[in-house]
Design a protein around this ligand. Structure first.
Ligand SMILES: Cc1cc2nc3c(=O)[nH]c(=O)nc-3n(C[C@H](O)[C@H](O)[C@H](O)COP(=O)(O)OP(=O)(O)OC[C@H]3O[C@@H](n4cnc5c(N)ncnc54)[C@H](O)[C@@H]3O)c2cc1C
Length: 419
């Protein structure tokens, strides 16, 4: 019977053990189980909670979800489409911003727009889909240690008992600061954080058009408004390290919402007075990366393999792309030696390099608040108007990192836009 345990783990026989049941681990469990590969998924939490994580997926992520076969699950978990990205903000009038809106449903064939959803709800729905397809999932798993090797091992505690399992492959999908990555000796690189990023989920905002999303700058914040349908909206704000503590401690939620009282943002009053329905958490910006997220018997995916700066909202799409690579490698090879992940390693390295470049470019352009930065922003807007290819790095965040020529991610592109 699936899920029945004994101390040697023989009741947990599987081909693949997945550590972490978030978006990456959950999507992989669904995709592999539906292809008759036996999966054991080990999740630390008893329940997925709002930890202020990704809830916006650009069109290229929606396309990945369709290719992977989990689109139905995302939609069933409340997936909502946004169709216009409107650049409200201090650099132009609301009318000009609306005239410049990017039509998100017209970027990729058969992709209706960008998708937003509740992160915990989507993780839970993926977990349920995986289990109903035949995966075994254990929640509340602790003291998990992974050892690499031709026959890798995972040892863990569940409900007070210790288990050890030895599948053909272990997938580390345990997110930022992955213990699996650390335990298998992955070389994690990181860049300096440019700014801070906080988020809050609010409800009851019927005034905001639910198919319009916005990212813009006013004063000393970069604001993000991502509607999820039914009056629910995920708000994020980026702000400088010099304002560390601005949205933390007691009363942080109220101070966060106050920051949305912006002149350039329609319905700002409604947003700042809306009902908060989750925690207000902040994180430093910045990328981490692992050049080779594969060792014998273990492969890392999603944030565990290194995360792109959340400022540009790519992590969910990256996770699904990683997942699709692993599914393809496992289903098209009988021998699961580490060489089958060669294409994944190569593609991911370049994908993350490109997205790292865009995150840094975006941060320099849209998350700096001095007079010089403001002047640079206005100059860059004009330059993009005159030479649209200068905007290609940003288009890549919607259409995918390989949808535009590689020159868009070179120093010359940076210099032409910013210097
Ligand atoms: C503030 C913020 C805003 C973001 N906004 C966006 C956005 O708009 N769009 C976007 O695409 N991305 C965004 N991201 C990034 C996105 O949330 C992540 O890239 C994505 O959640 C990665 O999924 P994952 O499954 O790899 O990791 P996670 O979502 O972190 O899931 C990891 C899972 O592993 C479990 N786990 C951890 N350790 C263990 C362990 N030792 N044993 C067992 N289980 C374990 C955790 O409980 C969790 O369920 C944002 C991130 C942040 C921080």
């Amino acid at each position: 019977m699936p899920g029945e345990l004994d101390e040697t783990g023989s009741g947990l026989a599987s081909d693949v053990v997945i550590v972490g049941g978030g978006v990456a681990g959950g999507a992989l469990a669904v995709a592999l189980t539906r292809r008759n590969i036996r999966v054991l998924m080990l999740e630390k939490s008893l329940e997925h909670q709002d930890r202020v994580r990704g809830e916006f997926m650009p069109p290229w992520g929606v396309e990945e979800a369709k290719k992977l076969g989990v689109f139905d699950v995302l939609l069933g978990a409340g997936g909502h489409f946004t169709k216009r990205a409107i650049p409200y903000g201090e650099d132009m009038s609301a009318e000009d911003a609306e005239a410049r809106a990017l039509e998100l449903g017209k970027l990729l064939p058969d992709v209706e727009g960008a998708m937003t959803f509740g992160h915990p709800q989507v993780c839970q729905a993926l977990n349920v889909a995986a289990v109903s397809a035949g995966a075994t999932m254990l929640r509340g798993v602790g003291d998990l240690t992974v050892s690499a090797g031709r026959r890798p091992k995972a040892a863990f505690t569940h409900q007070g008992r210790r288990y050890e399992v030895s599948p053909r492959l272990i997938v580390g999908a345990d997110g930022r600061g992955s213990a699996t990555a650390r335990q298998v000796g992955a070389d994690v690189k990181f860049d300096a954080s440019h700014h801070l990023l906080s988020g809050l989920l609010v409800d009851g905002v019927d005034a905001w058009p639910e198919q319009d999303q916005s990212i813009g700058v006013e004063g000393d914040i970069t604001f993000y408004v991502f509607p999820q349908g039914g009056g629910r909206i995920r708000l994020y704000a980026c702000y400088g390290h010099d304002q560390r503590g601005r949205f933390s401690g007691a009363d942080s939620t109220r101070r966060f919402q106050e920051a949305f009282r912006l002149k350039s943002l329609p319905h700002a009053e409604v947003l700042s007075a809306a009902r908060p329905i989750g925690p207000c958490h902040g994180y430093p910006s910045g990328d981490t990366w692992i050049d080779t997220p594969v060792v014998p018997g273990v492969v890392l995916i999603g944030d565990a393999a290194g995360h792109n700066d959340p400022t540009i909202g790519q992590g969910l799409s990256i996770s699904l792309r990683d997942t699709r690579h692993v599914v393809e490698a496992l289903t098209s090879n009988a021998d699961w030696g580490e060489s089958i992940f060669g294409a994944y390693v190569e593609e991911r390295r370049e994908r993350m390099r490109r997205l790292r470049f865009v995150a840094q470019l975006f941060s320099a352009l849209r998350v700096e608040f001095t007079d010089d930065a403001r002047a640079r922003r206005r100059r860059a807007l004009k330059r993009m108007g005159a030479e649209p290819r200068l905007a290609l790095p940003f288009l890549a965040t919607q259409k995918g990192p390989f949808s535009v020529p590689s020159e868009a991610f070179e120093q010359n592109a940076w210099d032409r836009l910013l210097n």
